[in-house]
Design a protein around this ligand. Structure first.
Ligand code: MTE
Ligand code: HPA
Ligand code: MOS
Length: 756
């Protein structure tokens, strides 16, 4: 279909408008949040006199200034907007300074002294678990007979993994602007993936009904999950200040504030136990996942659930028992991040397979291939796999990119014993599409056809760079039978689409595209009925193709604009609201079984890493991918998502190292100490696409936003292989990321067999 990201030209010219590109209304004030200096403790005093004395400071707001409920928890009511008595992480918001300029607000905030009676913080999820600090009861997904599975195994291997979190690093930091409206209402512009979540939280904090809060989102400078729930607090801060002072208020986090105060991808610690037959067939898999949830629930319980769903990745495992727990620690509340817990669940079984490969002497990719899910297999959560494409993706990868040739050339390279070693790893993926909370799988769209034939489309989809607006425009114009240029995507606004789900779970185009198709069906039906009437023909004989009404397939002199204009004068309703709810989804949390996903996305990738054995630095050969894309609505956008997801996944597994000290202080709190991959680091991506029809989704398309991130796990295991090619007994615990420092240590440190 289309080959454009419609925002590209404005982005390149710098004319796209983000929140603070829109000139602030007269009288706008600026807010900054004061965070806790301690990771845990009770607030003894907040000294504000010095800050208040600065000319131009209008207010310093605290928990007691909140007119409604001081509560913004999305899934569990455990999160105050402003800490009232207890603080639970460094940076925990305790007060809001409102001043005439952002600079002044920050200067004043620095003068506010928050005195906390400190208590020893918990930073390690296992310690939290032992002390019973759980956000919700642990959950277990199981199938088969785990003990019998292990008893039949020829080898049983056990180990642990430590998986670090990840900073979202959206280019646009968290921000919002709130403008008081007549009648005590408020209008909030927010950089959020979830306008409805912001609407509900602002209403709750201000003590207003939802209809007095309007939330508008033009676009985000990246979200990546970091604004699914965590944009809410900042919007509430702006709304609280605006409401109390009756002035427009804006808050824009400085990058350093954003790094310090916002949650990240959850770090996980895990134990695994895998039982295999001597030929590498997996017979049993047991794992315990300790999620480091941070101090508040945020989306942790949903993220944990997705870790459970993806704990066996693309593999058929007859006997499974995976237990997972949200462990409360004194770090920032961790949150959604591309993959939403799936990547952490997958890493653990990939580590177990690496362990099995070391032990059995069977190449890892051979074990992976042998155990892929087949058509009709049932997942540990009871969903039968239909249109399973794991084997097909793997085999096409092996054939198209000559996997065996790659394996031998890696070996030949290493046999030269030069200054570098190479390692190869295959990474298959299987990712479920749908919100795992079934009720969230709904969407609305509001379509207006104006009298001149131009079209305005509002949906619950939020544009965050992923191209959803381009795809929705393509869907609407194709379905209407008109040129894309005629369709404008309006901002995402809670007054035009009510009760919208977050733009997340990779499902935004699926859900909002189907709602759009439903709205188009209604308006188009009315237009075609009118055309049929005017042409004196049965409606089944008329159609609208390339902006022309056709009769029995031949063009008539009724153009799109003539028909629309005629319809207007004939008093035909040219607007429609479409609604979509994904059919046949269910999940029972008592039995932990059901059909939570509309479908799965499959793929396979192969990585070759090259390690410099003197420095520990590394590069990657072009990454080869076979990806199950469905029928692409917009190939440019979709390939961009594959490349971007890969970049983020590789970064997570290699360079990006979040470090905390034992007091819960983020050490990597600037971009000088947190390294994300850049254009020079990123290898080329060679993607082959499987473009089969995906029934029920817009034009047979498939979700693409998150799945490619998980290919990045291959980077870790390719590096591990490269290190082991140099030092076969390298001490290489399954700690991610595989930074150059870890590689260097691995090259020269030898494993103590007791380590694992
Ligand atoms: N791509 C860009 N450029 N910016 C983003 O913020 N977010 C990712 C992914 N790709 C993101 C992105 C995440 S976490 C998700 S869930 C999906 O896009 C959300 O959009 P979709 O549902 O339209 O795929
Ligand atoms: N993915 C992303 N976001 C979500 C989900 C999910 O499965 N469930 C609730 N929020
Ligand atoms: Mo994406 S983590 O579902 O916003």
């Amino acid at each position: 279909m289309s080959r454009r990201h419609y925002d590209a030209v404005d982005h390149v010219r710098g004319t796209s408008q983000y929140i603070d590109d829109v000139p602030p209304p007269v009288g706008t004030l600026y807010a900054t949040v004061v965070g806790s200096p301690q990771a845990k403790g009770s607030i003894r005093a907040i000294e504000t006199a010095e800050a208040r004395a600065l000319p131009g400071v209008h207010a310093i707001l605290r928990a007691r200034d909140i007119p409604g409920q001081n509560q913004i928890g999305a899934l569990l009511p455990d999160e105050e907007l402003l800490a009232s008595t207890e603080v639970a992480y460094i940076g925990h918001p305790v007060a809001v300074v409102v001043a005439e300029s952002q600079e002044l607000a920050r200067r004043a905030a620095a003068l506010v002294q928050v005195q906390v009676d400190p208590e020893p913080p918990i930073v390690d999820p296992r310690e939290a678990f032992e002390r019973g600090e759980l956000i919700a009861p642990a959950r277990t997904f199981a199938c088969g007979d785990i003990d019998q599975g292990f008893s039949k195994a020829d080898v049983v291997l056990r180990g642990t993994c430590e998986i670090a979190g990840q900073e979202h690093l959206y280019l646009e930091t968290q921000r919002a602007r709130a403008v008081p409206q007549e009648g005590g209402a408020i209008r909030v512009a927010s950089s959020t993936q979830s306008p409805y979540a912001v609407q509900k939280a602002v209403a709750r904090v201000l003590g207003l009904p939802n209809h007095r809060v309007e939330v508008d989102v033009r676009r985000l400078g990246g979200g990546f999950g970091g604004k699914e729930d965590q944009a809410t607090a900042w919007a509430c801060v702006a709304a609280l200040a605006a409401h109390q002072l009756d002035r427009p208020v804006q808050i824009v986090l400085h990058r350093l504030e954003d790094l310090q105060m916002t949650g990240k991808r959850h770090p996980y610690s895990a134990d695994y136990e895998i039982g295999l037959s001597s030929d590498g067939t997996i017979l049993a898999y047991r794992a315990v996942l300790y999620q480091n949830s941070g101090a508040r629930a945020d989306l942790s319980t949903a993220v944990l659930e997705r870790s459970l769903f993806h704990a066996t990745n693309a593999y058929r495992v007859p006997n499974v028992q995976v237990t997972a727990a949200c462990c409360r620690t004194n770090l920032q509340p961790h949150t959604a991040f591309r993959g939403f817990g799936g990547p952490q669940g997958m890493f653990v079984i990939e580590a177990a397979l690496a362990h099995a490969s070391d032990h059995l002497g069977i190449p890892r990719h051979v074990i992976q291939r042998r155990n892929l899910i087949r058509e009709g297999d049932v997942t540990p959560y009871g969903q039968p796999m239909v249109r399973a494409r794991g084997e097909r993706c793997f085999d096409e990868l092996a054939e198209a990119f000559d996997l065996e040739g790659m394996v031998s050339s890696v070996k030949a390279h290493n046999d030269q014993r030069g200054p570098t070693r190479r390692g190869l790893a295959v990474m298959p993926i299987c990712f479920g599409i749908s919100f795992t909370k079934t009720f969230l799988n709904q969407a609305g769209a509001l379509l207006h056809v104006y009298g001149d034939g131009s079209v305005g489309l509002s949906t619950g989809g939020v544009e965050m760079g992923q191209g959803v607006n381009s795809k929705l425009r393509d869907i609407a114009s194709q379905a209407l039978g008109i040129r894309g240029e005629r369709v404008r995507l309006e901002s995402t606004n809670t007054t035009r689409v009510a009760n919208m789900s977050p733009s997340a779970a990779s499902a935004t185009t699926d859900l909002n595209g189907n709602a759009t198709l439903e709205a188009v069906r209604q308006v188009r039906g009315r237009l075609l009925a009118l055309a049929a009437e005017r042409l004196g023909a049965e409606v089944s004989r008329v159609d609208l193709i390339d902006e022309v009404v056709t009769l029995d397939g031949s063009p008539t002199d009724w153009s799109w604009t003539r028909l629309v204009s005629e319809a207007y004068f004939a008093r035909v309703d040219l607007s429609a609201h479409g609604f979509y709810a994904t059919p046949d989804l269910n999940f029972d949390t008592n039995t932990e079984t059901g059909n939570p996903f509309a479908y799965h996305v499959w793929g396979a990738s192969v990585f070759v890493a090259e390690v410099d054995v003197r420095r520990g630095t590394y590069t990657f050969e072009p990454i080869c991918v076979v990806h199950d894309l469905g029928r692409s609505i917009n190939p440019v956008v979709d390939i961009g998502q594959i490349e971007g997801g890969l970049a983020q996944g590789i970064g997570w597994m290699t360079l990006e190292e979040l470090a905390y000290d034992d007091q819960g202080r983020l050490l990597s709190r600037a971009l000088s100490t947190y390294k994300a991959p850049d254009g020079d680091f990123m290898p080329e991506v060679r993607a082959r696409l499987i473009e089969d029809d995906n029934p029920g989704m817009p034009y047979g398309s498939k979700a693409v936003g998150e799945p490619p991130l998980m290919y990045g796990i291959g980077a870790y295991f390719a590096l591990r292989e490269a290190v082991r090619a140099f030092n076969p007994t390298a001490r290489l615990p399954f700690h991610a990321p595989m930074t150059p420092e870890r590689v260097l240590m691995g090259l020269y440190e030898t494993e103590d067999p007791e380590d694992r």
